[in-house]
Design a protein around this ligand. Structure first.
Ligand SMILES: Cc1cc2nc3c(=O)[nH]c(=O)nc-3n(C[C@H](O)[C@H](O)[C@H](O)COP(=O)(O)OP(=O)(O)OC[C@H]3O[C@@H](n4cnc5c(N)ncnc54)[C@H](O)[C@@H]3O)c2cc1C
Length: 591
């Protein structure tokens, strides 16, 4: 059975040595000192290891079952959900007036990581609740906030997001679900949504579905989509629960992974719904949920890679096979442990250097979101919006790749369910698909985000990396191993961006390279994080920090990333520069 331990030291390193949160001029950050964040994250780690992790395999093997129209979750989920609820984990960053703790979003992000590593399927019930709550807080009326926010923040009620229909997932303009206005100001929502995560379950007394639908007579396509609150059980004006709404579960999908999460076909049959925000502006409201959700899905990607890595390391130290090429390491045993072999090391270093870089990137993204929301900082908002498809697409692609790489350390035992490694890979796979498939993230990045505000945020990022390199060029310890590779990677990214600007006449050229660009940019972002972490670790050592082992390991891991991973940017650039000719050469009939 796999195990999991939250990497608490690394959370603290990223929050304090890298991001220096308590020095940042963002409301609430001054209170985030080492003791406070350490205590909160230790608790998050404890519930993750002790309660959620043991239920991961249970969720995978039992799955969810639809019984008499209600979904039954796997054994132990309900009791664990009660514990999560009692711990107040979902509403951590929700304003106190709605029953939350009013902490910054970065704390929510950091506390989510161990829970997602420990049990991704389980955590989606509260993850979607948090997303629904954010959309209501951002776009709901005061009355809607008062009615729904406290119950969602406490997780007494849970939330869902309903976009996908049988004939449309990416192209939501094709949506057919309709919402007909009623005399009392409410709407009757009818239609079918599919693949709805946490669509139904037995762990909360009500479920608040956020549903995209079209009001008849509105504009065609995506411009005619509005967002509605559709409760499973209607909430009376005094807050008590009333009649059952016209919402039912058609079936639960059988799927490759995240079996512990109920993925439901939801049927809306003249269900009572309440408009959130303005008519036909549903996508804008849903985007609040989607941007946050995309950061959360990026986190899912590397969090699965992290737990898979932890188990692969334990196995590599334990399993005896062959002898080290440079001489016997375990003379008393029949063979040396796997970890002596360079190819196993390469594999583990790939995983480790990705996980730690991805964590830094995600926490940095969360700090930009805090800055954007709490300080109304438009530059931070633009930058995080540019980064969002990269966080989602790159971290989930790589997260899956490294969950598979961790499986490889186990040889055949990685493929056998008994060891639990296949679940990490199967669970990680969905993160590349939902919240906008990764190809569409790349399209969003190259087709839309690069040019936003006249390319200001892209230029801002180039400038940020350039300034960092320039400011630190005199630092010999940093220059060769960190700054020079970063400089080369940044140059590749700039050349790719220039290529796209010159290829506007043939958009196929740009879009044939969009996936490579998402990965190229992902590497530059992680390279930038690693250069900053290398510097932070060196400074901590110079300052006499006691945990020299951790800090030296950090620097060595960073050197690995810069030497062995970051040069991938050159390959991505070379592919981008070939344009669309070979990609689009065949007629559809020739495939
Ligand atoms: C387990 C699971 C849970 C889910 N949870 C939810 C949920 O809670 N709520 C919800 O609303 N949905 C949910 N989804 C749906 C998910 O978000 C969609 O499946 C996803 O967005 C892709 O839509 P699609 O399946 O219709 O694929 P399509 O839109 O048909 O796309 C198919 C492929 O074509 C590519 N593609 C599409 N358009 C373009 C284009 N213009 N250019 C280039 N490539 C393109 C895509 O990248 C993809 O690879 C879930 C799905 C699963 C499997």
């Amino acid at each position: 059975m796999p195990s999991y331990t939250a990497p608490l030291k690394d959370y603290q390193f990223v929050l304090h040595d890298l991001l220096k949160v308590s020095e940042q001029d963002v409301p609430g950050y001054a209170d985030l000192d080492r003791d406070f964040t350490g205590a909160v994250l230790e608790e998050a780690g404890k519930i993750s290891s002790d309660v959620l992790s043991p239920l991961n395999v249970v969720g995978d093997t039992e799955g969810c079952v639809l019984e008499n129209g209600v979904v039954r979750t796997p054994t132990g989920f309900k009791a664990a959900f009660d514990q999560v609820r009692e711990g107040g984990w979902t509403g951590m960053d929700v304003p106190e007036q709605y029953g939350g703790q009013g902490l910054p979003y970065i704390m929510h992000t950091a506390a989510q990581e161990p829970m997602v590593s420990a049990n991704m399927a389980f955590n989606m019930y509260q993850g979607l609740t948090h997303g629904a709550l954010s959309a209501i807080l951002a776009h709901g009326s005061d009355a809607q906030k008062d009615m729904y926010a406290p119950k969602l923040a406490s997780c007494e009620w849970t939330g869902t997001m309903n976009l996908t229909e049988p004939h449309c997932g990416t192209d939501l303009g094709l949506m057919r679900t309709k919402a007909v206005p009623q005399d009392d100001g409410s709407f009757k929502v009818s239609g079918q949504k599919i693949f709805i995560s946490a669509g139904d379950h037995d762990m909360a007394e009500n479920i608040i579905h956020l549903v995209l639908a079209k009001i008849p007579g509105g504009p065609d396509g995506i411009k005619g989509v509005s967002l509605f609150i559709v409760p499973k059980i209607i909430v009376n004006e005094d807050g008590s629960l009333g009649d059952r709404n016209g919402v039912s579960v058609g079936k639960i999908e059988e799927k490759m992974g995240i079996h512990g999460n109920s993925t439901c076909v939801m049927n809306y049959d003249e269900a009572t719904g309440y408009l959130i925000g303005e008519e036909h502006k549903g996508m804008r409201a849903m985007f609040v949920m989607m941007n946050e959700a995309r950061l959360g899905v990026g986190l899912q990607g590397y969090a699965q890679s992290e737990v898979a890595y932890q188990n692969a390391v334990a196995y590599a130290k334990d399993r005896l096979q062959g002898r080290a090429v440079t001489g016997v390491q375990n003379p008393d045993g029949p063979a040396d442990p796997l970890i002596v072999h360079p190819d196993i090391r390469r594999n583990l270093m790939d995983q480790k250097s990705f996980n730690e870089g991805a964590r830094a990137f995600t926490f940095w993204g969360a700090s930009l979101l805090d800055r954007a929301h709490q300080n109304s900082d438009k530059d931070a908002e633009g930058l995080v919006s540019l980064m969002t498809p990269v966080i989602k697409g790159f971290l989930t692609d790589k997260g899956f790749e490294y969950a598979v790489a961790a499986q490889q350390v186990y040889g055949g035992h990685g493929y056998i369910e008994e060891w639990g490694m296949s679940q990490f890979a199967r669970d990680a796979r969905i993160a590349m698909i939902y919240e906008g498939a990764n190809g569409v993230q790349a399209l969003d990045l190259v087709g839309r985000k690069l040019a936003i505000d006249g390319g200001k945020h892209l230029m801002g990022f180039f400038e940020m990396v350039k300034s960092f390199i320039k400011e630190n060029e005199g630092n010999e310890a940093l220059k060769k191993d960190f700054l020079d590779p970063l400089k080369a990677a940044r140059k590749d990214m700039q050349a790719a961006a220039m290529y796209f600007m010159g290829s506007m006449k043939n958009p196929n050229n740009a879009l044939s390279g969009s996936y490579d660009f998402m990965h190229l940019m992902g590497h530059v972002c992680l390279g930038y994080m690693w250069a900053r972490m290398g510097k932070a670790a060196m400074e901590a050592l110079d300052g006499g920090a006691s945990d020299t082992d951790f800090l030296n390991t950090k620097i060595a891991t960073g050197r690995y990333y810069m030497a062995r991973q970051l040069p991938s940017t050159a390959l991505h650039l070379a592919r981008i520069n070939t344009g669309a000719d070979t990609v689009m050469a065949l007629e559809a009939a020739n495939f």
